[in-house]
Each structure stands twice: as structure tokens, then as C-alpha cells.
Write a new protein. Structure first.
Length: 140
């Protein structure tokens, strides 16, 4: 994996309640971290172009690959990028990495497919042109 391909990342805090009986990060928490990465990515990318009360995205599919365990004292980050823009959906990729000896080591990765929605009408919409432009400008 090339971390330089990701233009967005954020540090993550591991809480004691995130740890399971065998002392590593619980499987469900990875999805929470992916969601946090998506939300902060969107808030930074679409600063004023989305009224989240009217339009936005709904998660239609998620996929998660576990590579290495994460432990409570690990220094971890969530990397986020949009890898595909479809007619009515986008595909977003996340990677959870830990910093070890000044090297980033991928511990998990996954994708999410998000459908553009009009929340008022409760129906899917085409990904608006201004959203496409913002994504393309940021990612390219």
C-alpha cells in the first residue's frame, strides 16, 4: 500500500472499551473508525456545499479486511480516499495503520459504497456535479 496516495488521514484514539477479551481492538470498532474517517473527510471536503439535513450519503455496503491486530497502546491512524465515483454512488477506501519504529504498518483496510441521497424525499440521487468536482480536485 502506498500511503502517499492518501491525501486524508487522522489519528485515532483507542479507548479501553474498544478492546476485546484477547486484548486487541474489537472487530466492530474498525467500522466505527472507518465511519469517523468518512465523516471528517466529508466535513473537510464539502465545507459548505452540502446541507446534511437535505442531501448526503447512506452506506449501502461495507467490506473489512483484517491484516494485523491492533492493541491498546498502538499509535494508529485512519487513511481515507474516494476511489470511484459512479452515477449515484461513490466507493470510499479506508486503511487503519499503526506507527511502529517510524514506519506505517497496515492493520486493516476496507471499502464502503455510499449512495447519494435526497433525505427530504427519501430517494437516491445522482452524485451532484459540485460534489464530483470537489472530490476530483481533492483526490487528483
Amino acid at each position: 500500500m502506498r500511503f502517499e496516495d492518501y491525501k486524508h488521514h487522522l489519528p485515532l484514539q483507542i479507548r479501553f472499551c474498544d478492546i476485546d477479551r484477547i486484548n486487541h481492538l474489537n472487530n466492530a470498532v474498525y467500522h466505527n473508525f472507518f465511519e469517523l474517517g468518512r465523516v471528517i473527510y466529508f466535513n473537510q471536503l464539502f465545507t459548505h456545499s452540502i446541507n446534511w439535513n437535505e442531501r448526503g450519503f447512506v452506506l449501502a455496503r461495507t467490506e473489512l479486511n483484517h491484516i494485523l491486530p491492533v492493541f491498546i497502546n498502538d499509535n494508529i491512524y485512519c487513511f481515507t480516499k474516494i476511489i470511484k465515483i459512479g452515477t449515484k454512488s461513490i466507493t470510499i477506501k479506508n486503511s487503519i495503520c499503526k506507527l511502529e519504529n517510524n514506519n506505517l504498518i497496515e492493520c486493516a483496510n476496507g471499502i464502503g459504497i455510499l449512495v447519494a441521497m435526497n433525505y427530504v424525499k427519501n430517494e437516491s440521487i445522482k452524485v451532484p456535479l459540485e460534489w464530483r468536482k470537489a472530490i476530483e480536485e481533492f483526490e487528483n
